[in-house]
Design a protein around this ligand. Structure first.
Ligand code: SF4
Ligand code: SF4
Length: 345
């Protein structure tokens, strides 16, 4: 993780055009420039110059950012906002003991204890042998759900799946600014990859994909939907099902997903309004900001309801958890890979 000062030039390249305001889900609610990249950059410039302290108040604005990256995709200066915000969070993290305690608790109770417990109920499936082999990076999702869906789908494409025991990709620690834990997860991933000596990796989760792609350019990471497109696998659901899709912010290959949504027999796809707007996952734990965050959740909930679909598909464990959290039993949220493996293979 780069030091905040190393982003000086990038932060300076912000032209203050304000285009980020039109896409930022948090700014749309608060109308406060401190909650969007333009205002955050003005404050971070002050921090780098030494005119401003990395205060609790500034940290509150960094935390309000959902790290969705919507502003980056729209930014004429092509600034990678999420990396800069994560690096600013790391500055705050270093000097605030309470942040370290929260991160420790998150690691021990959620990413270790809870995932290990849920893992007791999941089983891995033995893959068939083929000449073409890929490593499955399941992250937390792979531990909780097992590899069955991935093995079923890739075996149908004539690809063997190898399932090492990976840890989390580390993204929750990255956005929190906990660079030590993030580096530990990165190291563990690279060590396992070196041990197997295979450079093709498949993921089903957009956030894992984005994170592990940043670890090494020598490893060829693809989402499972890219394999489906390359192998021209024709899919047909066992029965007609109406679905909508929530596009995770971290997704790299939405065109491949859209191709499957539109070309799978018996799948009736409706694109919901705001299908590409952030689910608000990073806001779920921010109880102090619940008034702001609940508006983001409510908007998504209403868009899903308006689509008339009872099944919402997505391809990120975090989005799946966030969308389920505020579904109130009105619709089911499914991982797209699992949905296809159960209903079409
Ligand atoms: S869109 Fe980019 S350049 Fe324009 S104000 Fe926002 S961060 Fe700055
Ligand atoms: S990353 Fe998302 S929430 Fe954060 S400033 Fe950009 S658009 Fe707003």
């Amino acid at each position: 993780m780069k030091h905040l000062a190393e982003y000086k030039e990038e932060i300076h390249s912000c032209s203050k055009c304000g285009l980020c305001q039109s896409v930022c889900p948090v700014y749309k609610i608060t109308g406060n420039d401190c909650t969007v990249s333009r205002g955050l950059f003005i404050m971070l410039k002050g921090v780098i110059k030494g005119d401003l302290k990395m205060s609790k108040n500034l940290n509150r604005y960094l935390d309000l950012c959902l790290k969705c990256g919507a502003c980056s995709k729209f930014c004429p200066s092509d600034i990678d906002v999420v990396d800069i915000i994560a690096s600013a969070k790391a500055e705050y993290f270093k000097s605030h003991f309470f942040e370290k305690i929260i991160s420790f608790v998150q690691k021990i109770f959620f990413f270790q204890a809870a995932v290990s417990f849920l893992r007791l109920f999941s089983h891995n499936m033995q893959s068939k042998k083929f000449e073409k082999k890929v490593i499955y990076f399941g992250g937390c999702s792979g531990k909780i759900k097992g590899n069955r869906a991935v093995v079923k789908i890739l075996n149908s494409c004539g690809i063997e799946v190898i399932t090492p025991d990976f840890k989390c990709c580390g993204i929750p620690f990255y956005v929190r600014g906990d660079s030590d834990n993030f580096d530990e997860y990165k190291k563990s991933y690279l060590e396992i990859m070196q041990k197997y000596g295979i450079t093709d990796v498949v993921t089903t989760c957009a956030s894992c994909e984005k994170t592990i792609k940043s670890f090494s350019s020598d490893i060829n990471v693809k989402n499972i939907f890219e394999y489906l497109r390359e192998n021209n696998l024709k899919l047909k659901l066992k029965k007609k099902t109406k679905v909508t899709f929530h596009k995770p912010c971290n997704i790299d290959n939405y065109d491949d997903i859209k191709l499957i949504l539109e070309n799978t027999d018996n799948l009736e796809y409706t694109e919901m309004e705001g299908f590409d707007e952030c689910c608000g996952l990073n806001g779920i734990s921010k109880l102090r900001e619940y008034k702001i965050m609940s508006k983001i959740f409510k908007r998504k909930y209403e868009n899903i309801r308006k689509s008339g679909c009872k099944t919402v598909l997505t391809s990120c464990l975090g989005c799946e958890a966030a969308l389920s959290f505020y579904s109130f039993g009105k619709y089911q949220v499914r991982d797209f890979t699992e949905f296809l493996a159960e209903n079409a293979i």
